[in-house]
Design a protein around this ligand. Sequence first.
Ligand code: ZN
Length: 132
Amino acid sequence: MGDSTMHTANVLAFPSREDQKVIRTAVETFLSTQTGKTRELMLKTIRAVLDRYRISRFSFVDYSVCATREPAWSIIRARHIVEDTKCPGCGEYIYVFKGVVRILSIEEHSQRHYVTYGCRCGRIFGKWESAF
Ligand SMILES: [Zn+2]
């Protein structure tokens, strides 16, 4: 499966390096600015790339992105799980009012939820939280 195969296919199996960069840049921009506008742009950008490749999910080393039903466009799910209450990147606490760590997605299960956090420093990590 070399480059020649990819060029002849109508639909690529996964986003090109450039499109992967587009997603990562949108995520980094949201994490550093943390505004409603950049969050929406991030989720729409992810969805647009996934739709272009007609895939519903793509995994990076540290997180995966998934297409969802409207109006959420897409979700980000961390692949790295922490037990701690601090960001593994910069040490900022997760549960601080108006802090730098934001919830990116919540996956609900009966007993506990899998919460994906994104920090202003750029780190994305997941944590199992009690559902009660
Ligand atoms: Zn951090």
